[in-house]
Design a protein around this ligand. Structure first.
Ligand code: BES
Ligand code: ZN
Length: 451
């Protein structure tokens, strides 16, 4: 049997192979890569000693399941991760190609390095290590690694609704979030929900000469701009009627915990955001704005002429990709209806506008006062030698809300990403010491839970 350090080196080599697979769940052309990545994970779960594994097919990409249930009377954990990644564009901004992993300055650079192949690998490898060392695990585990987290999660949602008993566990463990800062073990207690869709606007029957018809014909791109500006004011306050009705302010104890986090707004502006100023609702802190308030964002607008050179045209149609992030106790169906109603009321004359949903998921908030979270915090403290902090995150992991509401399973979000890991951006990376200490922390966590 190798020592733990050589085991970790070997784990990194295997992770590199996984990172080479461009498993972009949203792009149809990557379907074969999705299947390859799923098969790679299933084989890894078998190597880790799972007594039963399965590729589960429902909507688009397979779910990978694996179980080891040989510790009767001990707790059962559902270990969740995702093998799909976001598209890698703009490619020219990557210093090394997104699917040719490269190690520089103790970081591994690749799409999916931290979100979430590297972090999923922590769970797989921690379990494998204990199994190799002891021939058994201190607790029961069920792995559920999905391939649609970044694009809606239809398959997992169907499966969880169909077969809750198959997935029943005492808690869910997820490594797919961030540490507040390097060296600071962190548990994430809240995630925002999301509603993502397309706003399709139609003007004239076909594209028109902008000189001949400009002044009389409607312009769908202008209409999108007008609609967006009518939905959110210049202060970043969303004007959709009823939108904030269910927003709950963070509890006083939570606010207190956030106030003790070391946060330098100027450094955040310069190092993480890199714009000339921060934006958002006046009277709310950055933590409030990114963790506890809902948002409305536009991700792209397609329409008209976008090639080099000039073309004088009034486009007949345009599409904007939009999302809203939701916080407790907002509900996706209600937010969608409110948005659709608001769009109807602010659509300018001459065009039709329709919001079509691509995917939606509710927010989640867990009470950190449970033994699974406490043990995780203590395991990380042992490994990192520092007190664990609690934060929320503005991102979404769609299935977490369903695990909580549908199956009453709290999620333990012990994440090892760093704020500058460039998730969903060019030059995504994973800090190698976090990969290794993440493995140590999960090993200690399972040992503590089994003791
Ligand atoms: N790992 C992220 C979410 C995240 C990021 C949680 C940072 C905590 C800290 C996850 O993979 C993700 O990006 N989810 C998508 C979901 C969406 C496409 C449905 C997101 O939030 O945009
Ligand atoms: Zn992601």
């Amino acid at each position: 049997m190798p020592d733990l350090n050589s085991f970790k080196k070997e784990a990194l080599a295997q992770l590199i192979e996984l990172l080479k697979i461009p498993s972009i769940s949203t792009l149809p052309e990557n379907k074969p890569d999705m299947d390859r990545a799923a098969a790679y994970i299933e084989a890894a779960l078998q190597r880790a000693g799972m007594t039963r594994t399965e590729l589960i097919h429902r909507a688009h990409h397979p779910l990978v399941y694996g179980e080891w249930l040989g510790a009767p009377g001990k707790p059962t954990l559902l270990l969740y991760g995702h093998y799909d990644v976001q598209p890698a564009d703009p490619l020219e901004e990557w210093k090394s190609p997104p699917f040719e992993p490269e190690i520089r300055d103790n970081n591994i650079y690749a799409r999916g390095a931290t979100d979430d192949k590297g972090q999923t690998w922590i769970l797989v490898k921690a379990v494998e290590w204990i199994m190799q060392r002891d021939g058994k695990l201190p607790i029961n585990v069920k792995f559920l690694i999905e391939g649609e987290e970044e694009s809606g999660g239809e398959t997992i949602e169907k499966y969880v609704s169909e077969k809750p008993a198959q997935l029943a566990a005492d808690a869910v463990v997820i490594c797919d979030s961030e540490m507040f800062a390097e060296g600071m073990p962190t548990i994430c207690t809240g995630l925002r929900g999301i509603v993502y869709g397309e706003l399709a606007v139609q003007g004239a029957r076909q594209d028109l000469h902008s000189g001949v018809y400009g002044g009389a014909a409607p312009n769908p791109i202008m209409a999108i701009a007008e609609i967006l500006c009518a939905l959110k004011d210049r202060d970043g306050h969303i004007t959709i009627p009823g939108f904030y009705d269910r927003v709950l302010p963070p509890a006083p104890a939570e606010k207190e915990a956030w106030a003790s986090l070391p946060f330098d707004e100027a450094a955040y502006l310069e190092k993480e955001v890199g714009s000339v100023a921060l934006t958002g609702e006046p009277g709310f802190s950055v933590f409030d704005r990114t963790w506890a308030r809902p948002t409305l964002e536009v991700h792209g607008i397609r329409g008209g002429f976008t090639g080099d050179g000039a073309k004088t045209v009034i486009p007949a149609r345009a599409v904007a990709k939009l999302s809203m992030r939701l916080v407790a106790d907002m509900r996706p169906e209600e937010a969608i209806a409110q948005l659709q109603e608001a769009v109807k009321n602010v659509t300018p004359r001459g065009v039709t506008a329709e919001f079509k949903l691509l995917h939606g998921a509710g927010p989640s908030l867990v009470d950190p006062d449970n033994s699974f979270i406490r043990e995780s915090a203590l395991a990380m403290e042992e490994v990192f030698g520092r007190k664990t902090v609690y934060m929320r995150s503005g991102g979404s992991i769609p299935i977490v809300g369903l695990f909580l509401t549908h199956m009453a399973m709290p999620s333990v979000l012990m994440g090892f990403g760093l704020p500058d890991d460039n998730l969903h951006s060019p030059n995504e990376k994973f800090h190698l010491p976090n990969f290794y200490q993440g493995i140590d922390a999960v090993i200690r966590y399972l040992e503590r839970l089994g003791a």
